[in-house]
Write a new protein. Structure first.
Length: 255
């Protein structure tokens, strides 16, 4: 009886250890890709899953978004300007089975394809496009990289060109060009102001030529402005037209 009891205890302990070793806990953001005797049987999880000892093997895949820096790449733009650029890429696994069976290391493969695509796409753009049309270039990079990683079960959600480093000579040339452009715009604005002022003066002259009284009113306004200043002595000419009525009245009395 004692031998039977010992055997039962051993069997129970063995079964408990077997069950404990066969149970796995998979988190909400993970999946377990299970192989049974080398054959893919699919992904499992989240929660508690059963893995047969010796018979089953599994690979755990993280489904969260992965943020990866693309190392700096030296390239030549379409207008033959050497630049150094780097970027950041956001991607995640949407098919864990393909991420395990279609590529050896999907993270490294995505990194390498991002580097080559970055050089290819930016090499087709001119420097002005690279600096001013960053959003369109980012969308183009995301589209091309995503098309190449799709068979691996990887979805590229965004690509951002982070920095564009120009040669020092190019920086000085661009700064000089920008300064010249600002001077040109300032001259154009000044010329437009002079032109508008000349138009206003011409219109004022036309009005005064048809209405002599307007000249007299302007003269009296000028006298008021001069008198308001703290000057001890003010000398100003008086138009003869102001005295014309008085002269005519005196001539009538003399007759």
């Amino acid at each position: 009886m004692e031998n039977i009891a010992a055997v039962i205890v051993v069997v129970v302990v063995g079964l408990f250890m077997l069950v404990a070793s066969a149970l796995r806990v998979i988190r909400e953001y993970e999946r377990a890709v299970v192989f049974r005797l080398g054959r893919l049987i699919g992904d499992k999880g989240p929660g508690i899953i059963w893995i047969w000892p010796v018979v089953d093997r599994y690979v755990k895949i993280d489904l969260r978004v992965i943020t990866m820096d693309v190392p700096k790449q030296e390239l030549m733009t379409r207008d033959n300007v050497p630049v150094t650029v780097d970027a950041v890429i956001y991607f995640r696994v949407v098919n864990s089975n393909d991420a395990v069976t279609k590529v050896e290391n999907f993270v490294r493969a995505t990194s390498l394809i991002s580097q080559t695509t970055l050089r290819a796409i930016l090499g087709q753009a001119e420097l002005d496009e690279l600096l001013s049309e960053r959003e369109q270039i980012n969308q183009r990079l995301q589209q091309v990289i995503d098309e190449q990683t799709e068979p691996w079960g990887v979805k590229v959600t965004a690509v951002e060109v982070r920095d564009v480093v120009l040669p020092e000579g190019m920086k000085r040339a661009m700064a000089k060009q920008a300064e010249t452009e600002r001077e040109r715009r300032a001259k154009i604005i000044n010329a437009e102001g002079e032109f508008q002022a000349a138009q206003q003066l011409r219109e004022a002259a036309n009005i005064i030529s048809t209405q002599p009284i307007a000249l007299q009113l302007r003269f009296l306004q000028t006298l008021t402005e001069v008198a308001s200043e703290n000057n001890s002595t003010t000398i100003f000419p008086v138009p003869v037209d102001l005295f014309a009525p008085f002269i005519k009245a005196m001539e009538k009395k003399a007759e």
